[in-house]
Design a protein around this ligand. Sequence first.
Ligand code: ZN
Length: 149
Amino acid sequence: MLQRLGRWLRAAGYDTVIETQGRRDYELLKQALAEQRYLITRDRELNEYRRAPGTVILLECERLDDCVAELGRHLDINWLHQPFVRCMVCNTPLTDSRPQNLDALPERLKASLDTAFYCPACQKVYWEGSHVNRMRRQLEAWRDGCFNN
Ligand SMILES: [Zn+2]
C-alpha cells in the first residue's frame, strides 16, 4: 500500500523513492538522511528511527485513502503541488520531447502526441485523457480533505 502511496506522491510532483528491493532498514535510513528525504514506513521494527527524529514517519494505515489522510497529519502535503511532472513508475522528470521511435506507440496515442509527456528513462507515455483526468480529480479530492474512496 505504501508503494501505491509513493506513486501518488510522484503524481503530485514530489520526488519520491520507492523501495522495491527489500533493503535493510539502516540502508534506507542512511539514504533518507543523505538525500534529505522523509522515510515513510509502516514497519514498527524500524528501530533506528529514534536516532533520526523528523526523518522517519511511521504510518499505521491499511487503505490508500487512510494513508493519504494519516500522512497529512505528519506532513503538509499539497496534492496539487506539481501534478504529472514526474514518472509515476520511476520518478524521472517527464519531458515533452518525443521519443525516438514513434512507431512503437499505440495508434490511439499518436492522435494526442501534442499533449503527451514522456519518461526519458522508462519510456512511459502520459497524455491528457480520461485516466489523467481521473487522477487529477483524485488529487483534488485529497486536497479538499475527502478520504472516503
Ligand atoms: Zn519512467
